[in-house]
Write a protein that binds this ligand. Structure first.
Ligand code: HH2
Length: 293
């Protein structure tokens, strides 16, 4: 199947029942026909575009994103913006668990955005359905948690760690290195028993604007690998320069984000991770109609 041109059907496998998923031999499968939105729910004081949200505000925001048409909500308690300092697992759990518990049983598909296996594990027990790991399941313990709980994972490429990732960035061949890493990590995860994976090139994570552009232009090569692809460019800094307004604040970058995400959808991406769900859902529907999907 070539998701860029066929009437695509994206799938993600789970080891337990998930809202909207159908039973398969030994598991449950979530299927969707065209690129859809993963809504960002940051429960952080310091996220780069929408920090400052406490649990109650995050829950309200999450309900709005669902009403706006998000397929999945991605809930995060630790900012991974360039230069961000790490926090401990207890603090992260204090932030995300009330939101996950508040949404559990609501019919929403929930992703936990974390680097820590212990946070992923507690979030899955509390009602999350999949793990979004910006370090790409490099920690074998993270693969073990996902496998043991039957949770699929989003594998993202990041060079280094958030605190230092934008320093001295060098790749010999960014496309080959990033896509090669994702393919290798997908194989490791599936071998470890993780039921399904999404691949994400990690826009802005240890990459210059030129690296981001190269990866975006090469997206058809990533979708051709056959795994569902997730892309997150929402409000990221490189968009300000690309759109000719280098000083533009993060919350004014939604139009630029939409342009990148429509490109991703045309290249066969399965999901786009976005702040402004409503605009993306409407634009993706129009794009599908234009393509006759
Ligand atoms: N980007 C961010 C966080 N998590 N996960 C995936 N899979 N892909 C991404 O591109 C990605 C991600 C950073 O964005 P945001 O959540 O808005 O900011 P912060 O990390 O400051 O909370």
């Amino acid at each position: 199947m070539n998701p860029a041109t066929d009437s695509a059907c994206f799938t993600l496998d789970f080891g337990f029942p998930v809202p909207g998923a159908a039973p398969t031999n030994g598991g449950w499968r979530l299927s969707w026909p065209t690129c859809l939105a993963m809504g960002i729910v940051n429960v952080t004081p310091d996220s780069f575009s929408d920090g400052g949200r406490d649990g109650e505000a995050a829950l309200k925001h999450a309900w709005q994103l669902l009403a706006d048409g998000a397929l999945i909500l991605d809930i995060g308690g630790e900012s991974t913006r360039p230069g961000a300092s790490p926090i401990d697992a207890a603090t992260e759990l204090d932030r995300v668990l009330p939101v996950i518990r508040g949404l559990s049983g609501s019919g929403a598909v929930l992703s936990i955005d974390t680097l820590k296996p212990e946070v992923a594990d507690a979030a899955l027990v509390a009602g999350a359905h999949l793990v979004n790991d910006v370090s790409g399941l490099r920690d074998p313990e993270m693969r073990a948690v996902c496998a043991a709980r039957g949770a699929p994972a989003a594998i993202m490429h990041m060079r280094g760690e958030p605190r230092t990732m934008q320093r001295e960035i060098h790749y010999d061949d960014v496309v080959a290195e990033v896509f090669g890493f994702l393919q290798a990590q997908a194989a490791l995860a599936l071998d470890a028993g993780v039921p399904g994976v999404l691949l994400d090139p990690g826009i802005g994570f240890g990459k210059t604007p030129a690296h981001n552009l190269a990866l975006l232009r090469a997206l058809p090569e990533l979708t051709a690998l056959g795994y569902p692809v997730l892309l997150g460019a929402s409000r990221k800094k490189f968009l300000a320069a690309l759109s000719g307004e280098p000083q533009a604040a993060a919350h004014t970058r939604d139009a630029a984000s939409l342009a990148v995400h429509l490109h991703a959808a045309r290249c066969g991406a399965a999901l786009v991770r976005v702040h402004d769900v409503r605009s993306h859902v409407l634009a993706l529907r129009v794009q599908s109609a234009l393509e006759g999907a």
